[in-house]
Design a protein. Structure first.
Ligand code: CP
Length: 314
């Protein structure tokens, strides 16, 4: 199921796989994320070719809480890639030094190639504009914790859906749980492209596009917001066209259901003003907290037998 498996795409995993993972995350939560020795002697390598705060540090925190050690880099600066070494050779080195490799890379579809090079399991910590499977697992887990279930809820996603990998994997994750319709709110030019729409239709989800959150907010149970992905535009001038084009103010939340929950993978910029933080809708900092038990569950299930994980908790 999980042992020694690469985690490259969310859709490689079944609902049952994910439920096993969430059960394990629940156990870590029940033990209040107490330090354990389940992964004592194991080494996790992190290779981040793009910036990160949450993903890299929560993986590191998870590994430390499980008794393991961490090596790695948070940018290519200071590595021998500055001397011309290829990313592929760099991955080969980490494969020799560690028991699991966590990689973030801006290239599309590069993880499969890296996984073929590595004997150790590889975890995709964000790949181009397409995949961020561990974030999607955190998002799904947060919804279960906040709403008690994933099915039977009305979902909206808002922002730069065209470029953001988090929201695309969130939508794919919902498809695994049988969600059939999702509302997309964005300027037309930031709507998901045709190939993504087709691929998600193939997975059984219809995307309904709107330009104004005010037109749909009253019927949503979960709203997933993403920032403008400025770094994905070919130039800053092009990105500037969309500055201020979607901002979730308190005013726009006036007709929201009382139990609406707002998720955001973070970092945020102007789209999510801090005035929303103190409302009952805000679930994004809880999402950050839930990333620890979920990533503890991912590491422990990939690196050891489930029985050993449970023994380690006794
Ligand atoms: N959610 C997320 O991927 O955040 P980071 O870019 O800080 O890792």
């Amino acid at each position: 199921m999980w042992k020694n498996r690469d985690l490259i795409e969310i859709t490689d995993f079944t609902r049952k796989d994910i439920e096993i993972l969430f059960k394990q995350a629940d156990i870590f939560l029940e033990t209040r994320l107490a330090p354990l020795k389940i992964l004592e002697g194991k080494i996790m390598a992190t290779a981040f070719f793009e910036p990160s705060t949450r993903t890299r540090l929560s993986f590191e925190a998870a590994m430390h809480r499980l008794g393991g050690s961490v090596i790695g880099f948070s940018s290519t600066a200071g590595t021998s890639m500055e001397k011309g070494e290829s990313p592929e050779d760099t991955i080969r080195m980490l494969d020799t030094y560690s028991d699991v490799i966590v990689i973030r890379h801006p290239g599309e579809g590069v993880m499969e190639g890296f996984a073929r090079l590595a004997k150790q399991p590889l975890i995709n910590a964000g790949e181009g504009q397409t995949n961020h499977p561990t974030q999607a697992l955190v998002d799904l887990y947060t919804i279960i914790k906040e709403k008690g279930k994933i099915e039977g809820l009305e979902y909206g996603v808002m922002g730069d859906v065209k470029h953001a990998r988090t929201v695309k994997d969130f939508i794919k994750g919902l498809s695994i749980f049988g969600i059939r319709e999702i509302t997309v709110v964005s300027p037309k030019k930031l709507a998901p492209d045709e190939s993504f729409v087709k691929s998600i239709e193939w997975r059984g989800i219809k995307l309904n596009h709107y330009e104004k959150i005010e037109d749909v907010i009253s019927r949503l149970d979960v709203l997933y917001l993403v920032r403008l992905q400025v770094e994905r535009f070919s130039n800053l001038r092009e990105a500037k066209e969309f500055k201020g084009s979607y901002i979730l103010t308190l005013e726009k939340l006036k007709s929201a259901k009382k139990d609406l929950r707002i998720l955001h993978p973070l970092p945020r910029t102007e789209e999510l003003p801090s005035e929303v933080d103190n409302t009952p809708y805000a679930a994004y900092f809880k999402q950050v907290f839930y990333s620890i038990p979920v990533r503890m569950a991912i590491l422990s299930l990939i690196l050891t037998d489930i029985e050993r994980v449970q023994e380690g908790l006794i």
